[in-house]
Design a binder for this molecule. Sequence first.
Ligand code: GDP
Ligand code: ZN
Length: 292
Amino acid sequence: MTANARSGRVIAAHGRHFLVDDGESVTECVTRGKKGGVACGDRVRFSLTHPGSGVIEEVEPRFNLLYRSDEFRTKLIAANVDQVLVVVAAVPLFREELLIRCLVACEAAGIPARIVLNKTDLPQTATLADYLKAYEALGYIVRKVSALGDLGSLEADLKGKTSVLAGASGMGKSSLLNRLVPEAHAAVGEISQALDAGRHTTTHARLYPLANGGALIDSPGMQEFGLKHLNPHELMAAFPEIRARLGQCRFHNCRHLKEPGCAVLAAAEGGDILPSRLRAYHSLLKEQKAPL
Ligand code: GDP
Ligand code: ZN
């Protein structure tokens, strides 16, 4: 490593280009060779090649890493994350499967997740608030907000922490981001960032420092959420209601699909597990490549 290496935090990742903030200025960095493997939120050592440009020499050890994967590759979403806030809303459509995928990714990465129920100003939200009580019973905190109203409680949740904002399109993620980080100027309803000018990548994450301490990471990539990197054991453990019943099935290698004497299926039949969650578990299991 060169003697003049500096330390900073990655505040934007797009393709193989990164913006690194060292507290005084922001440097546009690349990685050496084919290393890749740098995520928004990473703490790195970098050296300057020209004023404003640099090379990342080393990624400091992370305390966690959130990622997703499809058939072809794994994508890093963010590193050193204290919590993930999954924004949901009743309007235009509550996409429960995406919520479940986000929660599963967080459980697997050991990152606390909260649900932010947005658009509480709309009457349609009451039914969803009721439905989400089942998620509160699983241990997830549900914070109810309106991007058009007071966000004091959400700001308190964010204070001093690095949080990832996730959610399906249309849930109000940009509206919340604009309120929480006015200087983000995230275009409501569209992805438009000056940083992307001239680049072909559209999936990128950005970290915004918060006025009260802490940071918010916005990651548009969380719309599609493949979890092929998880093996069946990791998957079962990522569902709190399945995790709680592991070891209670007749067969020690039960996959909780159709097996007789399955404690998970029995709980689902008894109404103690949400049908949508069991369905999501089954469809995630089918996506896995590795056999049990
Ligand atoms: P994103 O796709 O998740 O970034 O969602 P946007 O922030 O673009 O919001 C989608 C639509 O929902 C826009 O028309 C917003 O004005 C609207 N919206 C966002 N938050 C709220 C809210 O709390 N209440 C109401 N009534 N509308 C909202
Ligand atoms: Zn079972």
